[in-house]
Design a protein around this ligand. Structure first.
Ligand code: 13P
Ligand code: ZN
Length: 324
């Protein structure tokens, strides 16, 4: 059992207040390996950016909550020893049940998402409110979700084929009745590699900034969250396929559209897939180039700098670099 403050973490409250006021978004970066985690901290050091570490409930099955807490603390210690005061939050991504949120808080998470977006409105309110009541006792911030994104959150998860844009007329009531600290909305992004479909003329559809603006006007000053925001660079998809993979080309969210959302009321932007395909593409390449290797460090050591470049780019695109 840990208190997040002892792990060197902060909740998202002040992070979002500053991001909102200064019109940028904090990168929320999913990690599933030590290399990925170290690369995120390397990028924070180089870019002087706040960061939100995203851990899904599945990460517990892989590492165990004790290791997640200690791993995260090793990064905040590293920042402290270098005299870098970058705020770091550890956030439960897509918590689906009250119990998952409680356990994460007990193990030192400073922020949790309760994803009741698939539930009817009243049930989503009831579940979210229950999590908020528990979390706020420990000064932990809570993200809720209204509207649903298409796609699958993790490999092996069932893909949700339908998306429903968030109905702006429902957000005020949801925020007021639940007491959430931030709200994830659906404006055209989707999880995983199932993303944008080009228009008939080949141009790319725009995210529904009209919905975002409507929400912003109804709840001014309130932090909005964007999920499913990976760009899915063709260079990683091509590299995976060049070295034996079989991925279909997918079009992610263009960088300029991310920047535009970050300048509005969006204060947190979630990226998982871009980190995964970057790590996997380079792992496949390095293994193919070193067929007689017997030590996994042949690729673990080399994918870290590739990931650092990816995360540094995200910090520039979202405008979070040099904000500490
Ligand atoms: P991507 O699949 O676009 O990276 O979305 C990640 C996400 O929303 C995690 O919660
Ligand atoms: Zn998500």
């Amino acid at each position: 059992m840990y208190n997040y403050k002892d792990l060197g973490l902060v909740n998202t409250k002040e992070m979002f207040e500053k991001a909102y006021k200064e019109s940028y978004a904090v990168p929320a970066l999913n990690f599933v390996s030590i290399e990925q985690y170290n690369a995120i901290i390397d990028a924070v050091i180089e870019k002087k950016s706040p960061v939100i570490l995203l851990a899904s409930p599945n990460l517990h099955n892989q590492l165990g909550f004790e290791m997640i807490a200690r791993l995260v603390q090793s990064g905040t210690d590293r920042l402290k020893n270098l005299g870098i005061s970058a705020p770091v939050a550890l956030h439960l991504d897509h918590g689906m049940t009250y119990e998952q949120c409680v356990t994460a808080i007990e193990y030192g998470f400073s922020s949790v998402m309760i994803d009741g977006s698939a539930l009817p409105f009243e049930e989503n309110i009831e579940l979210t409110k229950k999590v908020v009541e528990y979390a706020h006792k420990y000064d932990v911030t809570v993200e809720g979700e209204l509207g649903t994104l298409a796609g699958a959150e993790e490999e092996g998860d069932e893909a949700n084929l339908n998306s429903h844009y968030t109905d702006p007329s429902m957000v005020e009531e949801f925020v007021r009745r639940t007491g959430v600290d931030s709200l994830a909305i659906s404006i055209g992004t989707s999880h995983g590699l199932v993303k944008l479909k080009p228009n008939k003329d080949g141009s790319l559809p725009e995210l529904r900034y009209d919905i975002l603006e409507d929400i912003q006007n109804r709840i001014p000053g309130f932090p909005i969250v964007l999920h499913g925001a990976s760009t899915i660079s063709p260079k990683f998809v091509d590299m995976i396929n060049q070295y034996g993979g079989k991925l279909k080309q997918a079009i992610g969210i263009p960088e300029e559209q991310i920047t535009r959302a970050a300048k509005m009321s969006v204060c947190k932007i979630n990226i998982a897939s871009d980190g995964w395909i970057c790590a996997l593409a380079h792992t496949r390449r390095i293994l193919a180039e070193n067929p007689s290797a017997i030590d996994s460090r042949v690729f673990t050591l080399k994918i870290r700098p590739e990931l650092v470049e990816l995360y540094k780019d995200k910090m520039e695109i979202m405008g979070s670099a040099n904000r500490i």
